[in-house]
Ligand binder design. Structure first.
Ligand SMILES: [Zn+2]
Length: 247
């Protein structure tokens, strides 16, 4: 007996688009570049043709000719968004940095100038898992009480100065040397688990935090990132550009 056409269409659709695939979007984000590792990231993004955001540090962008060239190369790539990750990266003294809201804004604006970014700018504050977007806002829940009191800049003021602020849902962690902690397989199973059981800042959307230094040759950066992206593609995840995150 012939199958009714409508049922056949449904079955084809089911296999072409596994349940919820469209609602499982991963936002690849790379912080702290340009650094050693950045060129490998760009090579892989180009080869795999997936969107990603590089939250760059102004000071690193102007450190030398090589880094300047990396910024220019990233800018020419249609799938790459350059985000602002401050000028100074707080010189890694967060307490001092975040005690002064206007200083934070000045530092962020300086990075806009160095990176050639115009408002409104996609940004991530150094060391802060904070969101300030049109549709939502979230504070960094990892801060202790002491830090909350002393290191609480006025994030609304920072955002109002021309920034969309993005934190993250999950991190591919690295050691101090930059060496990745999780294997690619482990990270992929963590991501599967999160989509199965986790709660994201926005349902069905996972912002993955990584750092450029993890993708140096010495850590097999190119092979690792390629393996990650290929594994996620195989599982039916979609990759999103950060400009569509808040849509
Ligand atoms: Zn950073």
């Amino acid at each position: 007996m012939l199958m009714p056409l409508r049922l056949a269409v449904l079955i084809v659709l089911f296999f072409a688009f596994p349940a919820g695939a469209a609602d499982r979007t991963i936002y690849l984000t790379f912080d702290d570049g340009p650094l050693t590792g950045t060129s490998n990231i760009l090579d892989v993004l180009e080869a795999e043709q997936v969107p990603a955001t590089l939250f760059m540090v102004g000071m690193h962008a102007q450190a030398n000719g090589l880094n300047k060239a990396l910024v220019q190369r990233a800018k020419r790539m249609p799938l790459v968004t350059i985000g602002n990750h401050s000028y100074s990266h707080a010189y890694n003294h967060y307490r001092h940095f975040y005690g002064d809201t206007e200083g934070v804004v000045a530092d962020m604006l300086r990075a806009n100038a160095v990176l050639g970014l115009k408002p409104s700018v996609h940004a991530r504050l150094p060391g802060r898992d904070v969101f300030r977007l049109l549709s939502m806002s979230k504070n960094d829940t990892s801060l202790g009480l002491a830090e909350e009191g002393r290191e609480d800049p006025d994030y609304e003021f920072v955002a109002a100065s021309g920034f969309y602020l993005y934190g993250w849902d999950h991190e591919w962690v690295h050691e101090n040397s930059g060496k990745p902690v999780q294997t690619v397989d482990h990270l992929v199973s963590e991501i599967d688990h999160l989509f199965g059981y986790g709660r994201f800042v926005k349902p069905g959307k996972l912002i993955l935090l990584m750092h450029d230094e993890m993708f140096q040759d010495v850590f097999d950066g190119k092979a690792n990132l390629t393996a990650l992206i290929k594994a996620l593609k195989l599982r039916g995840y979609t990759f999103g550009a950060i400009s569509g995150y808040d849509g």
